[in-house]
Write a protein that binds this ligand. Structure first.
Ligand SMILES: Cc1ncc(COP(=O)(O)O)c(C=O)c1O
Length: 534
């Protein structure tokens, strides 16, 4: 079958098809692999008149009834809303040239559209999608292929879908910073500068490891605030923690390799490792953090949150940290240290990160800006030990080339100018106050139900619910949601001991007391009778 079309040459020899500029069409020759991407594009005189000409995809397969084919495809696009009333169809001459058909072939197609009221024409201005289409538009006729047409790997059946949360009046969700206190003005300024940066103006792909200035700034920041020793060459900028873990897994794990994670623990890494073909084994956590003796000897990697265990909030003791590093050395394993929110500390002495204690190059330290700034920025980083560096950069490269450069440049300046450190100081004060208000209220008002887990770091605390099952807490959490309060539950162990997590990143200090009173009401309704009977 004769097929013609348009090919756009991407950077680095990658062939891309897609919607682009009209220049790309005029320069691009035919391609041989199938569909057309037709881009009538933006015409210069249309631009002058302020008319919008629509880029539209026409696929011509075969050589018979070309007018009919063009007519039918445009008509269908009008009916299903891809072409909207008032939009201008590309001029017949250009459509004919791009499709390599005669102009009269396109004219016939347009005349049919005009005759049936799908299009209107204005002398000298062109052909437009008609405004009088409502009566013609059928209920949705979008083609819906069967959901099970393609089998996905079984592992996806075992992975929960992303949770979306409606905002609650009293928001104790974990892992959220206070977005209302984000320094918008300072951020806007650095983003505006970044838009004028070399990376933007040159418009070429950048180093997968990340913007150099940002790597320098991160090195200084973690050196000062966490005594992590690194050079900018060790830093790889990622789209959040989750991508750092993805890269680590790609460079380390063969299918079937064992990865140890904390139990209870943060679920996204567990799902990620499973999805990449690893065997994930949960290892218990006690008041000193991960129980090192319970680690499976054949684990290739161990994922831990030692500064502020998620969800329980405990800090891993120094002796456990040492034991974990010794274990990793003995078993030739890699330790992935997720230090996600330890910039916020409200007491106690900071413990050395595993990365700083490690002398064997087995720790990958992962940090994020999701808590210190905003999760929507999707910015994180890792300190990669020398043995993994080259592979990690290649993995980042083949995953997404590099993290968006505007945000990287903006953040580099934001840190350099001291705005980041100022923001952390300010937020530490505010979160410290919330931590104090929340923990005092729990101790004062929930003595009969909850045992608070001691914790003085990060953006959430956890509390075990005495004598309650996961089912009870689940009922309490949903009842709380009905009363306008968002809290999370956790369950620990084979015969799970349940509890709740209370985040204070997203709730203002004056609202904490009222929110907790409502939670208390839910405990009274759902648990007090059960406890009395027990
Ligand atoms: C344990 C833990 N690690 C990391 C993150 C942050 O992940 P990301 O940097 O991908 O936003 C969170 C967010 O809630 C978390 O709870």
């Amino acid at each position: 079958m004769a097929k013609t079309g348009v090919r756009l040459a991407g950077d680095h020899g990658i062939a891309m098809t897609g919607l682009g500029s009209v220049n790309a069409i005029t320069e691009s020759p035919e391609r041989s692999d199938g569909t057309f991407i037709l881009m009538p594009g933006w015409q210069s005189n249309a631009k002058k008149k302020g008319l919008r000409t629509v880029a539209f995809h026409v696929s011509l397969v075969g050589r018979s009834d070309l007018s009919g084919e063009i007519y039918r495809q445009i008509r269908q696009a009008i009916l299903d809303g891809r072409l909207r009333p008032g939009e201008r169809l590309s001029p017949t001459r250009e459509l004919a040239a791009a499709l390599r058909v005669s102009r009269s072939t396109v004219t016939v197609a347009y005349e049919n559209l005009l005759a049936e009221g799908f299009a209107t024409s204005q002398t000298g201005a062109g052909t437009f999608v008609s405004h009088q289409l409502e009566a013609k538009r059928p209920a949705s006729k979008a083609r819906r292929p069967p959901v099970r047409a393609i089998a996905v790997r079984g592992v996806w059946q075992t992975i929960s879908p992303p949770t979306t949360f409606d905002r609650a009046d009293f928001d104790f969700r974990t892992g959220l910073p206070d977005a209302s206190l984000f320094p918008h003005r300072a951020w806007r300024r650095v983003v505006a500068r970044a838009l004028r940066s070399r990376e933007m103006t040159e418009g070429v792909y950048e180093n997968p490891a990340g913007n150099w200035d940002l790597r320098v700034a991160i090195t200084r920041h973690i050196g000062i605030s966490r005594s992590v020793s690194a050079s900018p060459d060790d830093i790889l900028v990622t789209s959040g923690t989750q991508q750092a873990l993805d890269i680590i897994a790609r460079v380390l794990l063969e299918p079937g390799d064992v990865v140890a994670v904390e139990k209870p623990g943060y679920l996204p890494p567990k799902y990620l490792f499973k999805a990449l073909g690893a065997r994930v084994i949960g290892v218990p956590v006690d008041s000193e953090g991960l129980v090192v003796e319970a680690l499976p000897a054949r684990a290739r990697a161990v994922y831990v949150t030692p500064s502020h265990q998620y969800p329980l909030g405990v800090a891993m003791s120094l002796s456990r940290r040492r034991a974990l590093l010794a274990w990793a050395e003995r078993n030739n394993a890699v330790v992935v240290e997720d230090d996600y929110d330890s910039e916020f500390r409200f007491g106690g002495r900071p413990l050395e990160p595993l990365q700083a204690l490690d002398s064997t190059g087995r720790v990958v330290y992962v940090g994020t800006f999701s808590k210190t700034l905003l999760p929507t920025l999707r910015l994180g980083f890792m300190v990669v030990p020398p043995a993994l560096r080259e592979a990690a950069i290649k993995a980042k490269h083949i995953t997404d080339w590099h993290t968006t450069t505007i945000v990287q440049s903006a953040l580099a300046r934001f840190i350099d100018e001291g705005a980041f450190a100022r923001h952390i100081r300010r937020m530490s004060r505010i979160y410290g106050e919330r931590h104090q208000t929340l923990t005092a209220a729990i101790k004062r008002n929930f003595g009969d139900y909850l045992d608070l887990v001691p914790s003085s770091t990060g953006l959430h605390v956890a509390a075990y619910a005495r004598g309650a099952s996961v089912g009870h807490i689940d009922a309490i959490v949903s009842r709380a949601f009905d009363l306008g309060v968002a809290v999370h539950l956790f369950g620990v162990g084979e015969d799970p001991q349940a509890g709740i997590m209370l985040g204070y990143g997203a709730i203002e200090t004056p609202r904490i007391a009222e929110g907790l009173q409502r939670v208390r009401r839910c405990f009274d309704e759902r648990l007090s009778r059960h406890l009395k009977a027990a």
